[in-house]
Design a protein around this ligand. Sequence first.
Ligand code: NAD
Length: 455
Amino acid sequence: KKRLEKFNRPHHRTCCTKGVIMKGHSKRLKFVRLTTGKNQYQQTVPNPHRTLLTTHKKELDDSIFADLHRSSFSDVDSTLQEVVGTLDNIDAWTAPKKVPVGGPQLSADTDSLYLVPEPLGVVLIISPWNFPLVTSASLAAALAAGNTVIVKPSELDPTFSAVFAKLVAKYFDEKEFAVVEGGIPETTELLKERFDHILYTGCPPVAKIIMAAAAKHLTPVTLELGGKNPVFVDESADLSLLAQGIVFAKLLNAGQICICADYILTTPSMKPKIIAALSSAFDALGDMSKVKENARIVNDRHFQRLMGLLQKTKGKVAYKAVGEISQADKFIPAHLIDVEAEDEFMKEEVFGPLLPILSVPSFDAALDYIKRNEKPLAAYLYTSNKEQSTRFIKETSSGGVTVNGIMTHVFAPGLPFGGVGNSGMGRLHGKYSFDIFSHEKPVCLRSGLTYKNIL
Ligand code: NAD
């Protein structure tokens, strides 16, 4: 509470007067803008966000390893990419955009029309544990838009959370960007405060708590959630490509990824071929419990949750990868499970190295199954059939789609990332993030004024 009192809101309410635009914006932008590499301050005033990431890459990577027992999967690099992209574009994004005058209107041809981006105020970013740094990367856009920012990392990453809080306190003025550590009680307290935007990444049930708290203050929210991401595999699919995608997704962070393949949908004749292809791909890797950098299950609760799912399969395990299940080491090897629609596995997001495979009679039945369930964060299709690709994209709804790949659309820098329906609302990445943290204010200047001559 004490720390929050120090948090100053940007003076955007008086943005229309020349003095305040200069004062308010230049103050906000100083710590990001002066370091775009395009101006004289570059050498003397390095951007603190970029410096924090480049100088402390190892410390950040080590903290992620301590909590998640995995080597860094470009955690620092992709966050840095977001920061550098923001710095490179900040001038263009923050500039007023001229809008043509035209059509039937009250406004005259001599008027000048603009869209002027202004900061929203104080932004709260609540992050999950699985990619603690990457899921808060859009704080670069929130700062660039002129907001002050609080990040609340997950309590399930205590090492990362402490390191990040320490580094942010070292490189930023606490009145502009601060980290608040803690779990449910601390987040509950935080949510009593009034924010101007909340970005929450996590699961749908908690998102409802966040949204209800935000509603009390009419605070807009962006929700980046999860769900059951289907992978439909048809008769024409390249199974070696499928095996490559599944192995990558299920080994990276032990499948604890929001855009991971959650389950495979396929026809009965394809099922044994898929099991054979995936089994030999996993077998080729050997015992992953011996690989130090191979991610483990995050904590005992999640280990027990996954073991509970396995115990309910009643002999439906079609394949288990090499390696012993170990509670002490929180290691579970990859499993393929031959499921039916009513099985427990098909009710909740799996979020782990277990992969259910469900048979459906046809492509149409697969589309029906996907449409009957909540809209997933991602949907995948393996096929060489162009018509089926078109139908899959047009007839199912999801946050995003990759055809003949897993998760690839999310790594494409030009595409936004976000869910739809139960998998979330709002889109992130670069300019898309800048837009959710800004209000693009329509401005009409009359009497021959233009933006240039009032600045
Ligand atoms: P979570 O919802 O349990 O926790 C996320 C954050 O919310 C944490 O910071 C936590 O402290 C806070 N929190 C938890 N319970 C709360 C409560 N009752 N009140 C207030 N705050 C609370 O999620 P998680 O287990 O950390 O992450 C896993 C989920 O996140 C999965 O569903 C996954 O799909 C999703 N996810 C989505 C994305 C995305 O970008 N769409 C990315 C990563 C993870």
